[in-house]
Write a protein that binds this ligand. Structure first.
Ligand SMILES: NC(=O)c1ccc[n+]([C@@H]2O[C@H](COP(=O)([O-])OP(=O)(O)OC[C@H]3O[C@@H](n4cnc5c(N)ncnc54)[C@H](OP(=O)(O)O)[C@@H]3O)[C@@H](O)[C@H]2O)c1
Length: 312
């Protein structure tokens, strides 16, 4: 398949490209960057990087939107980092626009394309559900009403517009992605390695983790499974509470997780502002749709997942 992808320089995107190329697909990656080391490994493969400004369809011969006509699938992962900066009004605007406006651009490009892609896979997040305490949460659970939930709802709605043009639309609602470096683990590792690791908030909140390999396969699953559409949860089927996650992380690193101690909620709110609410709350995700379609998670349990990622 010819596949267009955004966010290919990011934590998940570069692994998705490697997976697609390894499975015989051709990839065109849209990036805002002129040059990037992230793509060096893909040279000599059926791979091209095409520049876009993520705000317009482009113009003339260099318009990225022309690529859509030759593509059978679009995978849209781009978006400003959610936890990279404190959520000021300006940053919130960028978090929203980098997702909504780019998704809207794809729908416009699809509308103009002579040949439409078969499927549009557009990322979403389990932030859709907000803080659910202990309630098992599958795709039938309605959205919460906080900032992240509202962002996810609108992000998915924008992508759904592509259905008007006969395109199947799928939204993987991603959990917290665990990878060797970067992402959530990238922030936790230095703290744990310095013997300072401990749960955030109460520690009792559910932590919807998912191994990067399962995320990559789960994002690409709608390419092969043509019955999968709409939203689907993409987090490991055996979630753990924050305190158990920290204990397992400590075990793998041979470091303590000072479990009776906690990073208190007020300190998190002071440091992170509104974004702290997403870490204090939790959700016990059930990836029901994927399990019903016999998708096999390679990492169901958190200990082997951490072990695979972090053991030297
Ligand atoms: N990692 C997680 O745990 C997690 C959890 C839930 C949901 N997600 C979602 O999954 C997607 C991919 O996650 P990731 O962790 O791979 O993200 P990432 O490492 O932060 O990469 C995101 C990519 O988006 C592009 N981007 C950044 N800011 C942008 C902007 N203002 N406008 C347009 N493009 C922009 C960048 O590509 P270029 O610089 O090449 O243009 C960047 O490489 C994101 O939408 C994220 O919200 C991730």
């Amino acid at each position: 398949m010819n596949i267009i992808l955004t966010g290919g320089t990011g934590l998940i995107g570069k692994r998705v490209i490697a997976h697609l190329l390894g499975n015989g697909h051709s990839v065109v990656a849209l990036t805002r960057q002129r040059t990037t080391a992230a793509f060096t490994a893909f040279e000599k493969k059926p791979f091209r990087a095409v520049q876009w400004d993520a705000r317009t369809l482009g113009s003339g011969d260099s318009a990225w939107s022309k690529e859509i006509s030759g593509a059978e699938a679009i995978i849209h992962l781009a978006g400003e980092g959610i936890f990279d900066k404190r959520w000021t009004a300006e940053i919130k605007h960028r978090l929203v626009e980098s997702r909504l406006a780019t998704t809207r651009l794809f729908v416009e490009a699809i509308a103009q394309a002579d040949t439409k892609p078969r499927v549009f896979i557009s990322a979403s997040a389990v932030g859709y559900y907000g803080d659910r305490h202990d309630a098992p949460t599958d795709e039938s659970t309605p959205p919460a009403s906080d900032f992240l939930a509202d962002l996810c709802v609108r992000w998915e709605q924008e992508a759904q517009e592509a259905r008007k043009y006969g395109v199947r639309v799928a939204h993987p609602r991603l959990g917290i992605v665990l990878a060797e470096s970067g992402g959530a683990l990238g922030r936790m590792l230095p703290v744990f390695k310095a013997f300072l690791g401990m749960p955030l908030g109460s520690g009792k909140q559910w932590f919807p983790w998912v191994h990067i390999d399962d995320v990559v396969r789960g994002i690409c699953f709608p390419l092969e499974n043509t019955t999968l559409e709409g939203a689907y949860n993409l987090a490991a089927p055996e979630p753990v509470r924050m305190e158990e996650f920290c204990m397992e992380l400590g075990n793998v690193l041979h470091r303590p997780s000072w479990s009776p101690m906690r990073v208190p909620e007020f300190a998190l709110k002071l440091a992170l502002g509104e974004a702290a609410l997403s870490l204090i709350g939790g959700v016990k995700i059930i990836p029901k749709k994927l399990l019903d379609l016999n998708f096999e998670f390679r990492y169901n349990k958190v200990a082997p997942a951490l072990d695979q990622l972090l053991r030297p």
